[in-house]
Design a protein around this ligand. Structure first.
Ligand code: FE2
Length: 363
């Protein structure tokens, strides 16, 4: 069957934040992104500022409103800093919007073609869970640095990159009994497939549980795991997220590297904080995953987790939340054949999250 929504990958992720200027500085300093474009009063955009940062194939946009009654101000007041939009690269922004809205997606942005001296860029958008949206971006006739309305932005301050390459996957947290609704949305509206499922027997600790299903676009370029809380003795991490974010939203963005040891060493030196598993995790590591190319010692020192599936193995590590609220965090992942998501690490990982939840008084 023809893929009615061919996606060429993640074009960019837009974050609504309280202070885009400082967020841009943090992502440059801590994660090694470079500034590439800016929109704001100086470029004719009067109500907000946006800073566009890039590292390899990843483009992040940080946007703040300039006025108290602005919709972005309300978004940040309700949710805190976090992901507003996952923008997907398409060949035709109008067709993407049409194919999804006839399948009952709610429109967020009717198709528009923006032009400047660098060409024409198509953009449209549909609503997702919570206040999150997907944009569809068509840029094959656009040669500018980001989008019409933006100016190229360079600065004297350019901390080196940290080896982060592309967005591997973005994970949503949705409410009780809402996971299958959003699985169906991705299947029916966007032509995705459910490639993996985890229930509470896979993902439970002594205290809490969650369920998860992984949705993949037809060509596999874009993957969205969706979590919902499951019944446990105490409050699960998904419930904590829902409470502090104020509803459903993006829980984490996984960024890929080819050398997780050097990337994580670099990120730690720059002040990125990661979850720690107990050192006992490494005592049984080889029994669990077999022989791997990496020395165990540096993995143990940095707290990097390893999991194996039929196709190979993967190394991963999760940051602590990157804002005051216990909401959005990042995953650093290196795939060595494995196409899965680290099921074997769920228990150790969720226990580490619960230790943090407990410190916050939210378990
Ligand atoms: Fe993940």
């Amino acid at each position: 069957m023809k893929d009615f929504l061919p996606l060429h990958g993640t074009d960019h992720i837009e974050f609504y934040v309280g202070n885009a200027k400082q967020a841009a500085h943090y992502y440059k300093t801590a994660f090694g992104f470079q500034g590439i474009a800016y929109a704001g009063p100086e470029t004719g955009v009067k109500d907000r500022t946006s800073y566009v940062l890039r590292q390899q194939k990843m483009t992040f946009v940080f946007t703040s409103a300039l006025k108290p009654e602005h919709e972005i101000t309300r978004h940040v007041s309700k949710h805190g800093d976090g992901v507003k939009a996952i923008a997907l690269l398409v060949e035709n922004a109008y067709e993407a919007w049409k194919e999804t809205t006839i399948r009952e997606a709610e429109s967020f942005l009717p198709p528009a073609y923006l032009t400047d001296t660098h060409g024409k860029l198509g953009m449209s958008g549909i609503k997702l869970y919570g206040d999150t949206v997907h944009y569809f971006i068509e840029r094959q006739h656009y040669k500018g640095v980001f989008m019409p309305g933006y100016q190229s932005w360079t600065s004297e301050y350019n901390p080196p990159a940290t080896g982060l390459l592309y967005v591997d996957h973005c994970v949503a947290n949705v409410g009780w009994n809402q996971m299958n609704k959003w699985v169906k949305f991705y299947e029916d509206v966007m032509g995705f497939k459910n490639i993996l499922s985890f229930d509470d027997s896979d993902i439970s600790t002594e205290y809490s549980a969650l369920m998860s299903k992984v949705m993949s676009s037809g060509n596999g370029y874009v993957k969205f795991p969706i979590n919902e809380p499951a019944e446990g003795k105490k409050k699960s991490q998904v419930e904590e997220y829902l409470e502090f974010w104020g509803g459903e939203g993006v829980q984490h963005v996984a960024m890929a590297t080819k050398d997780i040891v050097s990337t994580v060493q670099d990120l730690m030196t720059r002040g990125v904080e990661f979850l720690k598993v107990p050192s006992s995790y490494y005592e049984t590591l080889e029994e669990r995953v077999g022989k791997i190319d990496e020395d165990i010692e540096p993995l143990k020192e940095l707290g990097i987790l390893v999991d194996r599936d039929d196709e190979g193995y993967l190394l991963q590590l999760f940051s602590k939340p990157v804002q005051d609220r216990p909401t959005l965090f990042f995953e650093i992942i290196q795939r060595k054949g494995a196409q899965s998501f680290g099921k074997g690490n769920f228990k150790a990982l969720f226990e580490a999250i619960e230790r943090e939840q407990e410190k916050r008084g939210n378990l």
